[in-house]
Ligand binder design. Sequence first.
Ligand code: SOE
Length: 400
Amino acid sequence: MTTPSTSPRPLRIGMVGYGFMGAAHSHAWRTAHRFFELPLTPVLATLAGRTEATLVAAAERFGFAQTTTRWQDLVEDPEIDVIDICTPGDTHVEIAIAALAAGKHVLCEKPLANSVEQSEQMTTAAAQARAQGARTMCGFSYRRTPALAYARQLVAEGAVGEIRQVRAQYLQDWLSDVDAPMTWRLDRDKAGSGALGDIGAHIVDLTQWITGQQIASVSGTLQTVVPTRPAAGTAQGLGGTGEASGERREVTVDDLALFTARFDSGVLGSFEATRMAQGRKNAMRVEINGSAGSIAFDFERMNELEVYDATAPAGRQGFTRILTTEPEHPYAAHWWPTGHGLGYEHTFTHQIADLVTAIGEGTDPSPSFEEALQVQRVLAAVEASASDGSSWRSTDPETT
Ligand code: SOE
């Protein structure tokens, strides 16, 4: 009988929040070192949340050793190495700045915060803490979808030639029912914005990352289609069933966000984010059209990337469906034999693997808080444009 060799040194995780993202992150922290060779072994140390009973149940389910109803306990605990922020946007700035001041590494869910000002404060704190060795990352997890990471590689290799147009949509339908109950995601004070920040932020980040270009200006429109929702109801998944005849509360964020963007190269992009597109469950779609071809992706078919080669002989042209499950594709070799496919949760596991590698190697993980601040500037410019008759708005801090 042989004993497995000793694991690398532990990396102790303190997580704040235990909803949808808390579950996704905990799973990733537990799984990453089993499939990726990491310089440190993540250990689920302490879970923080406000409501003792549900907190304790979540900690047991996710595998945390301890709980606390004060997130400050995580920051004050010298045994905790990483603070993982999985709470609504209104809490990010305070927790992140306290954690960084205590020298912790920080992973923060997207969008980075609820305003550009808060994001700037967090980015300044991150820059100061970096000098002491603290690493920061914002959770734009879709970057770690193998097909999208591969799309980025293809664009960088020139597979689409010169980029001419960008098209991005993030379509969900969990708010289609007018009696779906009120949640924090519909409350501006908690979430900052609606479809724009919740899911539009992902396609802003992704298109900038895949193209290697930044959005310089935008013109947008926002709409709240259902202005009030039942105050009470039974939550199910992201939505649920509200008490249709009971008290209703005002929805203070957008249901739909539509905008046009001009990248710094001059390329134009169209963006659409909605949580009311009946039948579209998690259709996050990106298409890049260039002089030599196109690439197209839809998260509802996340193991596929469509590539069109305009230089192929006439008569043999057409979109090729590449199954991005092969050892040649980013992340895929760590998982299953050829063709077996990955799911939503794997994007989070890849995110954790990359973060732990960066912490262990003392390098800066991406997306950094700086990159996430730039996304926040785009969101703010869309809001400013929408409130001003869809005027074009710059994302440059010097001109806004
Ligand atoms: C809700 O729209 C949501 O959970 C987003 O908040 C996540 O970022 C996205 O991955 C799935 O949808």
